[in-house]
Design a protein around this ligand. Sequence first.
Ligand code: AMP
Ligand code: ZN
Ligand code: FE
Ligand code: FE
Length: 286
Amino acid sequence: MAVTFGNADLHTHTTASDGMQPPAENVRLAKTAGLAAVAITDHDTVAGVEEAAREGERIGITVVPGVEISTVADGHDIHILGYYTDNEDKKWLERLAGLRGTRDRRNEMIVDKLRELGIPISMDDVLAAARDSGKSPGHAKDGSVGRPHIAEALIRQGYAADMKEAFDRYLASGAAAYVNPPRVHPFEAIEWIKEAGGTCVIAHPGLYDDDRLVEELILHGAQGIEVFHSDHGEEEEERYARLASKHGLIVTGGSDFHGIRHGQIFHGAIGSRTVPDEVLRQLNAR
Ligand code: AMP
Ligand code: ZN
Ligand code: FE
Ligand code: FE
């Protein structure tokens, strides 16, 4: 294996979930940004990993196989990142497919609630919006659909001017069409990732406003924590770096790149948050 010294962006989304760029494009953007490695961490799917890995081999940059699992604890959305899972493991793939089923039903509940509010959009409109914002037919089967695609449908039909308005008015936690039915608990996601041979990391802990829960996740076996994230301020980086050192956790970071929607980069450009690629060894210790 080639010895590389450089930076790694360990959190990016692609058209396999709600990102705007196909997996290979994220890899090229990472190369252009001068990174040594980039992870593909789509919501509840590993469908983008293979294409990214192939592109990585072709252009000479390390691709880290990842996933970001949506879980709910006490009604709060908690995201758990998984790295280096065995994506040939049937049980693991079935579990992810189950999560996408729950997600699809959640999406339908949101669409129903929008209809109750007098906004006649359908799941077909949402899927069309997903397709037109770059989701390739290849990802229609095992990719995931999410709220940004519903937002896109709302924008297209004139019910919101932009993503911010679509989320603020309808889709954000507590907004008019928000629903959050029970999902897998973060403890379970941690176990699933480990059972699939991977390493589990608490995603963007600063967004939960609940450090007690974050400590519980650590006590329950989380192996790493995403200290550096586009939505973290300096104070949060310092706080979670201290927590990581207290518990001996792997320190990760990433941009949470979703591409550009309506002229805005979500959440940050590839390479805008990184950790030394030395961290890859810690994540791939098995
Ligand atoms: P979902 O996984 O379907 O619940 O959708 C969550 C995704 O929606 C996140 O990963 C973000 O990409 C996006 N998102 C959440 N809140 C906002 C917001 N206020 N504005 C724009 N995008 C958002
Ligand atoms: Zn997303
Ligand atoms: Fe997330
Ligand atoms: Fe993310």
